[in-house]
Design a protein around this ligand. Structure first.
Ligand code: 13P
Length: 249
């Protein structure tokens, strides 16, 4: 099965609207996707202006979070319908920063993932262990539990459309990347685990990214691994030059 590589930038809480538009014009000029799918996951206020700035290119747009309800009295939240109206293609779900600082659980990840799919938005579901869990030999158990909880009740067809990002928390923003072997081992384990819950076809088709200190100097080796179908890039996606270098041109 050949899976289209997907490289997504996660801007986190960086860039004003003016900065985002400036990035988009520089990024799309002379842009080539090299057969890969490219996504920019921006903060909420930047999404609509970015959609316009990226129109005419094949760069896709992603959000970084959403609520799972259709509408309601949830002050400060954004619904999947609101994102769909803007034309958002992807949404990061369950990033470790959301789990750590905003009390997201495998249960809320599951609800958000299903809500996104109902609105035609493809979730990028983040999983990954903290350092104590890796050092304690529990990384695989933790990731298995996150997949099991996050994917509960998801049909094999829907599972096949998802993107999973393996982001070991100890590698995020630390400059300490997982070795290509560690990343490949876990991404292959994620595929196998998806197969146990959702069947062999979903395991074959689902795309699994690696995230955590991906930069131009280590991207090629990570992306050459069999079970790594792309990258979720934080810091290095803020610079058009670095992000283009990671994509490979
Ligand atoms: P860095 O690439 O800055 O380590 O961030 C990774 C990440 O959290 C992407 O979602």
């Amino acid at each position: 099965m050949s899976r289209t590589n997907i490289i997504a930038g996660n801007w986190k809480m960086y860039k004003t609207i003016a900065e985002a538009i400036g990035f988009a014009y520089e990024f799309v000029s002379g842009f080539e996707d090299g057969g890969r799918e490219i996504v920019i996951c921006a903060p909420f206020p930047q999404l609509a202006p970015l959609k316009r700035a990226l129109s005419g290119s094949n760069v896709k747009l992603g959000a970084q979070n959403m609520h799972f309800e259709e509408a309601g009295a949830f002050t400060g939240e954004i619904s999947p319908a609101m994102l769909a109206e803007i034309g958002v293609d992807y949404c990061v779900v369950g990033h470790s920063e959301r789990r750590q600082y905003f009390a997201e659980t495998d249960g809320t990840v599951n609800l958000k993932l299903k809500a996104a799919l109902r609105h035609g938005i493809i979730p990028i579901v983040c999983v990954g262990e903290v350092l104590a869990e890796r050092d304690g030999g529990r990384a695989f158990d933790v990731v298995k539990r996150q997949i099991e909880g996050g994917f509960a009740g998801v049909s094999p067809d829907d599972a096949a459309r998802l993107v999973v990002a393996y982001e070991p928390v100890w590698a995020i923003g630390t400059g300490r990347t997982a070795t290509p072997e560690q990343a490949e081992e876990m991404c292959a384990f994620i595929r196998k685990t998806v197969g146990e819950f959702c069947g062999a076809d979903a395991a074959d088709r689902i795309r699994v990214q690696y995230g955590g200190s991906v930069k131009p100097s280590n991207a090629t080796e990570l992306l050459s691994k069999e079970d790594i179908d792309g990258a979720l890039v934080g810091g290095a996606s803020l610079s058009p030059k670095d992000f283009k270098a990671i994509i490979g041109f």
